[in-house]
Write a protein that binds this ligand. Structure first.
Ligand code: PLP
Length: 403
């Protein structure tokens, strides 16, 4: 069980109140979570003590090398890879995915087919368009009206020309948990499998070995850290690619897809965010603690999101878009439309009560278009995170019910 009041103590931003003394409620987690004090301190300590570029002979540079090595190690534990050389670091997920797509465009042949989905965030769709320049065909898997991918369509679109499948593990717009396990089971042997874990990583533990993926991307600002992107690549794969890189940089994985000087201070913060999560769990190793922490986090978040879903879906003029909470194939992200108000109007009304929520398509543009919601402003998205409470859910439901 999560002890909410203990957890909330770590987040300085949670204490903020507005001019009416309404305490702030953060339901904007899918767009970026709040950051615990340990992470903030790790970032400032880096600047206070160890600020330098890497690979020098002096103390601050050597401490910076350690920050970067420690992060690769921690991130490899976080993703269940146990090999720091599988972890490439970048500005964010989108830029790493673009770099990967540009490199793969030089490997694939004209006539090859790459699968993307209508449900995905543009960051896992747009970059793959660069493959078209190499004559590669992009094939899109359809989204069903209930917010789930059409797995029959998925299976039908895979054939012996399919060289890669790029899909999200879950939808940042609708909270759908995708069936990436069964997709992996019907892929041809040499087909590359890429997973976008950006919306998944804050809620569930990940084991890249069990997933059998070749690439997986995530972003630490979604799991209580600063803005840094990560690419996991199966050992041996990155070296085969002609990435955009300088002749002076390290020509080995995981560095060959990284460009320029990384944000070392933020990297120190990400390690601290992973420690923060691990410390929520019990276990003998940090990996065990992470797994246990995520099982506590996901059950806490699911209970709150289910209550939120059931309460607002019962309101006359509200319709939740996407899957219900009858099973656990759900992230704690609840998106809805209202028959009298646009999502933007709803978010304004929530903001006037000091409640942070997003409206629109959240870059999952194709999904929102396919559901016929683009013209009306998309959806209002309420995202539950580790630090949210049942009292907050009740306050939000009460504001929405009075609209
Ligand atoms: C599911 C998903 N994929 C990719 C991204 C893009 O991540 P980044 O901002 O790190 O480029 C986001 C950001 O919201 C997302 O939610």
């Amino acid at each position: 069980m999560i002890n909410s009041s203990e957890i909330r103590e770590f987040f300085p931003s949670i204490g903020r109140v507005d001019h009416n003394k309404n305490q702030i409620i953060y339901l904007d987690g899918p767009g970026g979570t709040q950051v615990p004090i340990q992470v903030i301190e790790a970032i400032s300590q880096y600047y206070i003590r160890s600020n330098a570029n890497t690979h020098g002979e002096f103390i601050t540079s050597q401490e910076t090398d350690k920050v970067m090595d420690d992060l690769r190690l921690k991130m490899s534990e976080f993703l269940g890879s146990d090999n720091p050389d599988t972890i490439s670091i970048g500005q964010n997920m989108t830029s790493l995915n673009y770099s990967l797509a540009r490199a793969l465009a030089k490997k694939f042949n004209s006539g090859d087919e790459v699968i993307i989905t209508e449900l995905d965030h543009e960051a896992n769709r747009g970059p793959w368009r660069v493959l078209k320049e190499a004559g590669v065909k992009l094939i899109e898997v359809s989204l069903l009206k209930n917010g789930e991918l059409d797995y029959e369509d998925f299976r039908n679109k895979i054939n012996d020309k399919t060289v890669m499948v790029c899909m999200g593990m879950s939808s940042n717009a609708l909270g759908t948990l995708n069936d990436f396990i069964s997709v992996k089971s019907f892929l041809p042997q040499n087909c590359l499998f890429l997973l976008d874990a950006v919306h998944y990583a804050p809620h569930f533990s990940i084991n890249v070995k069990e997933l059998g993926c070749d690439f997986l991307l995530c972003s630490s600002y979604k799991f209580y850290g600063p803005h840094v992107g990560f690419l996991y690549s199966k050992p041996g794969l990155l070296e085969q690619l002609e990435t955009d890189r300088l002749v002076v940089q390290d020509q080995k994985a995981p560095y060959i897809i990284e460009t320029g000087t990384l944000n070392h201070a933020a990297c120190a913060g990400v390690s601290s965010a992973i420690d923060f999560i691990a410390n929520i769990g019990d276990g003998n190793s940090s990996r065990d603690k992470l797994i246990n922490a995520f099982s506590k986090i996901s059950s806490h978040e699911f209970a709150l999101a289910k209550e939120l879903y059931e309460s607002i879906n019962n309101l006359d003029k509200v319709n939740v878009v996407g899957k219900d909470f009858s099973d656990t194939k759900r992230t704690p992200t609840v998106s809805f439309v209202h028959s009298d108000f646009t999502p933007q109007e709803i978010c304004k009304a929530l903001a006037s009560e000091n409640i942070c929520a997003w409206d629109g398509h959240f870059y999952a543009l194709k999904a929102i278009q396919q559901l016929g919601l683009e013209e009306s402003g998309g959806v209002t998205r309420l995202g539950i995170s580790l630090y949210n409470t049942m009292e907050e859910v009740e306050r939000v439901v009460s504001v929405i019910s009075k609209l």
